[in-house]
Ligand binder design. Structure first.
Ligand code: EPZ
Length: 418
């Protein structure tokens, strides 16, 4: 994993950038395509490694996946696969989302138990408890989760936590259940709403996506669909913060600004100028920023996936900010790397106390996960001198043509090694 970004900081970004399709929607639309034997066309698909991995999982299961540019065609006619193997699942935990559609369609599935990752244990107990409540038998042995169900019966399910993945997996399983399934305390993310739109385009009755109560009427679809995924709100927020920390000005397109409204409001509270547009927003940096407190929460709260990037902005603010990470139990791993660039951040449990500093200085740093890697790139863009971000395979998981997009708006960044 020798790839690294070499960045010379200090140049304000300016110009227009278009975000790609949302990674955290497309991965689930791909899994949902397993529900029907007919062809599903998914548009606005980003060329990123997590999508490549999910395509490999579907092919491993026997589906046909044809991917040309941003258009992916999936056909899972009469295929034999039922098992997502460890070597693929360990690479991308979202593979767990094939469980729901496979059980719905074929009554059985096996997926390797996904390990934890650098931001937390990433448990899946809520996924499995929900499947059992729908009537599935769940057996965990030899590193695999096997799920079997002669028949799934719709019923009321209550999630202890509005888990994004559990909500999605159970929506997909419910398509194969008899009767109505009501998921209470469901996650409300825009990606859940996009998945519901996709299911509705297949003819599935889904109501309430985007609210804490989602209802799915059982009934496997017999037709295919052609659906364009929503824009990536986290990529968009990352570019907004890139403009802010370089005190530049960007027009960000290809995203619904309402999908990251609270994040943009929080940036504005810190002194960033933000103007919502039809298909995105305009963002302008400032010489001085105010310290603000941030607490990550499930949607519509401040997104945990923008927490590391926001920490870079607050490191440049005047005063002390407190960032509270409420979603993952260890999403501060990268703070040590930021402090090596001159930040002054102290971790106290689930809080990060961020003392504003006048300037950052370029250094060699290591990406620990996808969003931390993006945050280190932002720090490099803001820092004086040269920054090398190592292990950028993490970044490639979720950002398409990241350095090209940044270069197109004035960043001095290049990729060295693969
Ligand atoms: C999705 O992960 C996203 N990934 C994450 O984005 C995002 O950070 C997260 O939602 C929260 O918004 C994809 O969509 C592929 P969760 P997911 O289930 O579904 C606990 C990125 O950078 N939990 O809402 O795994 C869990 O441990 C990635 O793009 C249980 O305890 O998130 C975590 O602490 C990172 N039991 C919290 O809930 C369960 O059964 C949030 O998890 C499930 C989750």
């Amino acid at each position: 994993m020798g790839g690294r970004f070499v960045i010379r900081g200090g140049r304000p970004l300016s110009g227009k950038v278009r975000v790609s399709g949302a990674k955290n929607s497309v991965l689930k639309l791909m899994a949902a395509s397993l529900l029907t034997p007919k062809e599903c066309v998914i548009r606005n698909v980003p060329r990123i490694t997590d999508v490549e991995t999910m395509a490999e999982v579907l092919r491993h299961l026997g589906a046909e996946v044809d991917w040309q540019g941003p258009v992916m065609r999936i056909r899972s006619g009469e295929f034999e696969g039922r098992r997502a193997p460890y070597h693929l699942v360990r690479r991308m935990r979202a593979s767990i989302l094939v469980l729901g559609p496979l059980v719905a369609r074929f009554g059985e599935a096996a997926v390797a138990i996904p390990g934890g990752c650098n931001i937390g244990a990433r448990k899946i107990d809520l996924h499995l408890k929900g499947l059992q409540m729908l009537g599935a038998e769940v057996i965990t042995e030899h590193g695999y989760i096997r799920v079997r169900a002669r028949r799934l019966r719709g019923r009321d399910i209550y999630l202890d936590f509005p888990s994004v993945g559990a909500t999605e997996n159970l929506m997909l399983a419910a398509v194969g259940a008899e009767g109505i399934t009501r998921i209470e305390n469901a996650a409300r993310e825009p990606e859940i709403q996009d998945l519901a739109d996709f299911l509705r385009s297949l003819g599935v009755e889904v109501r309430g996506a985007g609210t804490p109560l989602v209802e799915v009427e059982g009934g496997l679809p017999g037709k295919g669909t052609d659906h364009a995924a929503i824009g990536d709100r986290i990529e968009a927020g990352t570019f907004a913060l890139a403009a802010a920390v370089t005190r530049g000005e960007l027009e960000v397109e290809g995203v619904n600004p309402l999908h990251l409204r609270l994040a943009l409001e929080k940036m504005a509270e810190a002194g960033v100028e933000v103007e919502e547009r039809e298909d995105g927003f305009r963002v302008r940096g400032n010489e001085r920023y105010r310290a603000v407190d941030v607490a990550t929460l499930p949607f519509p709260g401040f997104p945990t996936d923008l927490q590391p990037q926001m920490m870079v902005l607050l490191s440049l603010a005047e005063g002390v900010s407190v960032i509270t990470e409420n979603v993952f139990e260890s999403r501060f791993m990268f703070v040590g790397e930021l402090n090596r660039m001159g930040c002054d951040i102290e971790i106290k449990g689930q809080h990060a106390v961020v003392r504003g500093v006048g300037r950052l200085s370029g250094a060699e740093v290591c990406a620990t996960d996808l969003r931390a890697g993006a945050a280190l790139v932002l720090a490099g863009l803001a820092a004086e001198g040269v920054t090398e971000v190592l292990d950028i395979h993490h970044v490639d998981r979720g950002y398409e043509s990241f350095e090209e997009k940044l270069r197109s708006v004035g960043a001095e960044i290049s990729r060295v090694g693969t």
